[in-house]
Design a protein. Structure first.
Length: 369
């Protein structure tokens, strides 16, 4: 498997991206990596390392999309940015995956521009894994599609089920719809229509209904579905609350212990590491004809390495093939709206539909954890 790594993406790039690439290559002999970025900054880092040139190469990219830049505007002004070049490599089948810790909105917008969607996928979605009282749950979408339609959320449910089953190992994942109440009448038009759509779909036997925010961490469903705006808010609140609770426990509880304080601190650090984003590297943009992993902007070398390995796992588990098969069964005869993505044999096209351009503009993106 060959992966295009946005070597310039992230707060500490390119040092940590090169470090992560080297680590991933050392632990997975099946990987090959193209470092996409500025050769003048990458070559000095590589000159100090030993590597197999057949498995690691530099692909020049003239520009970098900054973290604070507006995604689509930056992509128009910087057509040869590292993010854009990485996506072009995947569109031309020179690589199998794209991994980036750069501007998430630009990563998503570049994907929309290529129209590199799996057959039948109307809009890709970002999936993150969150800890719960019963294990782990998948939350999808957390920022790729803030202007979703009911048929998009139905597809996210299908993709989330496949991801939970194949990557998290959940034998028969249940599905819930994030909402402001459990009753059928709760939520706005989007959520009421999605609720009815899920009840009448092939997922009906695993659909547990509407789930309030507090039910997420109780593990009331293995897959939680929402549109990108709500998902991004949930993700950011979760990150902040986790940091607050860990800090409060360390200061207010463990700090008061006279005996076994070091043991308690070590246990807390072990638990927090288990759920830290660096341990699973990034979040997949599901629905792409290929693999795209979106990493946290503050990713270190370990996080980058784990994201590269996670991309390889998605390919080896044949997640995309299963998405195509199961979407066909779940959404056949579904409502018209967006045209499905191109088949793998069709050449990717630039976005020309006005509504896709608008959604690319809105793709400010989550910073997955």
């Amino acid at each position: 498997m060959r992966i295009a790594l946005d070597a310039m993406g992230g707060d500490e790039a390119p040092a940590v991206t090169v470090e992560g690439a080297m680590t991933a290559l050392s632990v997975d002999s099946s990987l090959a990596i193209d470092l996409v970025g500025d050769p003048a900054r990458l070559d000095p880092l590589l000159s100090r390392a030993e590597y197999d040139a057949s498995r690691l190469a530099v692909v020049a990219a003239a520009d970098v999309v900054g973290m604070d830049e507006k995604p689509t505007e930056a992509l128009r002004q910087k057509p040869d940015s590292s993010i854009a070049v990485a996506w072009r490599l995947m569109a031309s089948r020179e690589v199998d995956a794209v991994v980036s810790a750069g501007n998430t909105g630009a990563v998503v917008a570049a994907g929309l521009r290529t129209r590199l969607f799996l057959p039948g996928v109307r809009r890709p979605g970002i999936a993150v894994t969150l800890p719960t009282m019963r294990g782990r749950s998948v939350l999808i979408d957390v920022g790729a599609n803030p202007a979703a339609r009911p048929e998009h959320l139905l597809q996210y449910a299908v993709m989330g089920v496949i991801y939970a089953r194949e990557v998290l190992g959940v034998e028969s994942p249940t599905v819930g719809l994030m909402n402001i109440g459990s009753e059928d009448s709760k939520g706005n038009e989007l959520y009421r229509e999605t609720h009815a759509l899920l009840q009448g779909s092939t997922l009906a036997d695993r659909y547990v209904g509407n789930i309030e925010g507090r039910g997420l961490y109780q593990g009331e469903a293995d897959v939680l579905v929402c549109e990108g705006f709500v998902g991004n808010v949930v993700l950011k609140v979760s990150e902040g609350m986790a940091e607050f609770l860990i800090g409060a426990l360390a200061h207010d509880v463990i700090g008061q212990l006279d005996v076994e304080r070091d043991v308690a601190l070590a246990a807390l650090e072990t638990a927090s590491r288990q759920y830290h984003y660096r341990e699973h590297g990034g979040a997949p943009l599901l629905g792409i004809d290929g693999v795209c992993m979106i990493c946290h902007g503050s990713s270190d070398g370990r996080a980058i390495a784990n994201a590269l390995r996670a991309a390889a796992t998605l390919q080896s588990r044949q997640v995309n093939a299963q998405i195509v098969d199961e979407l066909g069964a779940a959404t056949s005869g579904g409502p018209a709206g967006d045209s499905p993505g191109p088949t793998p044999q069709q050449a990717p096209q630039q976005v020309t539909q006005p509504h896709l351009a608008r959604e690319a503009e809105e793709a400010e993106g989550a910073r997955p954890s």
